[in-house]
Design a protein around this ligand. Structure first.
Ligand SMILES: [Zn+2]
Length: 43
């Protein structure tokens, strides 16, 4: 599972803690912490 600071590629990721969806537009974007709960694990 992707975590904050990794570059998993463009796509949609869902916070494991709260379920908020985060979108990365670029292959080189790093995953930020969840803007809702500060979680660092996504799926
Ligand atoms: Zn969250």
């Amino acid at each position: 599972m992707p975590k904050t600071g990794e570059k998993p590629g463009a796509g949609q990721y869902t916070c494991k803690e709260c379920g908020k969806t985060l979108t990365l537009d670029d292959e080189t974007d790093k995953l930020p912490p969840c803007s809702n709960c500060g979680g660092t694990e996504f799926k």
